[in-house]
Design a protein around this ligand. Sequence first.
Ligand SMILES: [Zn+2]
Length: 84
Amino acid sequence: MTKEEFEKDWAVGAKMTIEQVQEYGMTAVPCTCGEDGCKGWQMVADLSEVVEEANRRLFEHLADPNRGPLKLEIYKGSRATGDS
Ligand SMILES: [Zn+2]
């Protein structure tokens, strides 16, 4: 089973589209648990990219002398689709 196949299966189980899975920062990584029924992959939250984006926006905000209230919409548009 490929990473893409596993992510697609996971999306179906979560009643999400594959685009939503990516948008919300979930990604499959190789699993070495060795348990019965393990498909060789596990889904993890890829927080690094989300945190990076949030940090970038925070520092932009802090650098703006005319800043208004901080608005963080870190999930929206923070991810390109299709890369791995
Ligand atoms: Zn496993």
